[in-house]
Design a protein around this ligand. Structure first.
Ligand code: KE4
Length: 427
């Protein structure tokens, strides 16, 4: 029996589903999850010692490659000085200054330990700042697992959310409006009708949780204009896109100044560090200054801050994003070329170090289009690539991630492997 299977069977006895986050269980693709024994650069080795080229990278954090010597040393050096104090440290000031330097829209920032905490608090802050209850999200966007965000579109014009998870009372989602990504007309109609009741709109500025879906410039411009006009707080949830798609994040690519931004993943370099920040007048409402409460035992802990600072230094090296973006674009192009050769219908897209591929004739622009892709063929392709030693996200509704450690040769090796995999799934 493979060690992966043995560990999975053992794990399921003591951990629900054998995993500590649902997507890791291979539920959509079937088969046995690969238990990572160790990772370095672009690779990880599973419990059976098999090597994989990793295009998940911990769902985004590993942008400089796994176990980068600078990041590991920074964490080791921090660890010998103590792991957590529950008291302020110099490093927290330094990384807050760094984030504010990199993101002009962020005048003040608060560190937390997960993206869920960051978005949950950003929404509470927007509600506290505006005195309004209603929030808006978009179908197919994921912002972590806080109750008011676990909603699916309701029926009817103003699609107030229905809980998408067990254990979430309807009362907890009745103030959450779910609109369609990239639907400018619905957005305008909604704001015309109830814009002055809306506390905030939270957006994945480049969606990565219904596969990669880019917004139209018209959509992001309309969203910024309408929120400004109606006094609603615009929250750019850049937990995934932050320092992933560009040094200036998605807001830099869009030329949009959001009121609040949430960060995670890359900003912590793989350690538990996330953040929310933005306009000083809004951030001034958070405790201990204001009445909006938020707290965290491990917020800003020295090891996460050390990993984050080391990572933020590495991504600012000259040419980092040009190289990363070119390699990612080459991967997307190569996948499309190989699929065409095999007669398989495939579209691809990429932004910075993030990519998506879709078994459909065009890149989806909405949740409905994303769910219309050929999932069965995706599953077969996923496993064919796993056989080739290439690890893509185990879900058709996730984006892929390239690190700076993925060399041109590795990208070409992946494209060649995809050619063989497409041939297996054609027809
Ligand atoms: P965490 O609580 O998982 O740190 O962050 C939640 C979150 C918030 N906002 C966005 C845009 C996110 O993508 C996420 C988490 N992303 C998923 C990837 N689809 C994490 C992977 C998982 O759930 O295991």
């Amino acid at each position: 029996m493979s060690r992966n299977l043995e560990l999975f069977e053992r794990g399921k006895k003591v951990i629900p589903g054998g995993v500590n986050s649902p997507v890791r269980a291979f539920g959509q693709v079937g088969g046995t999850p690969r238990f990572v024994a160790r990772a370095e650069g672009a690779y990880f080795w599973d419990a059976d010692g098999k090597q994989y080229l990793d295009y998940v990278g911990s769902w985004g954090p590993a942008i400089v490659g796994h176990a980068h010597p600078d990041v590991v040393k920074a964490v080791q050096d921090a660890a010998v000085g103590g792991l957590s104090f529950g008291a302020p440290t110099e490093g927290e000031v330094v990384i807050a200054e760094e984030i504010c330097k990199l993101l002009p829209s962020v005048e003040q920032v608060r560190l937390v330990s997960s993206g869920t905490e960051a978005t949950m608090t950003a929404i509470r802050l927007a509600r506290g700042f505006t005195g309004r209850d209603l929030i808006v999200k978009f179908e197919g966007c994921y912002h972590g697992h806080s109750d008011s965000l676990l909603v699916k579109a309701g029926s009817g014009l103003l699609t107030f959310g229905n809980p998408s998870s067990g254990g979430v009372p309807a009362d907890f989602t009745k103030h959450t409006l779910v609109l369609q990504y990239n639907d400018v007309e619905q957005l305008a109609r909604t704001f015309a009708e109830i814009g002055d009741q809306i506390a905030c709109v939270i957006l994945e500025p480049i969606a990565g949780n219904m596969n990669l879906i880019q917004p139209s410039q018209e959509f992001v411009q309309a969203l910024r204009g309408l929120t400004e006009k109606h006094g609603a707080v615009l929250i750019y949830d850049e937990v995934m896109t932050g320092f992933r798609v560009a040094k200036g994040c998605a807001q830099g690519l869009h030329g949009i100044t959001p009121d609040l931004t949430t960060l995670g993943k890359v900003v912590g370099g793989g350690m538990p560090l996330a953040a929310f920040g933005g306009r000083a007048d809004i951030m001034g409402k958070i405790a201990p200054l204001g009445t909006v409460y938020q707290a965290g035992t491990l917020s800003g802990n020295p090891l996460s801050v050390a990993a984050g600072l080391a990572t933020l230094k590495l991504i600012q090296q000259p040419g980092f994003y040009e190289t990363l973006g070119n390699r990612t674009a080459r991967l997307a192009q190569g996948l499309a070329e190989e699929a065409m050769k095999a007669g398989v219908t495939l579209s691809t897209d990429s932004v910075g170090g993030m990519f998506g591929f879709y078994f459909s004739d065009k890149a989806p622009k909405s949740y409905a289009e994303a769910t219309g892709c050929d999932i069965e063929r995706f599953k077969r392709f996923f496993h064919a690539m796993l056989d080739e030693g290439i690890y893509f996200a185990p879900s058709a509704y996730e984006a892929g991630f390239v690190s700076i450690a993925h060399t041109d040769a590795m990208i070409e090796q992946t494209i060649a492997a995809a050619g063989r995999a497409f041939a297996r799934v054609a027809g």
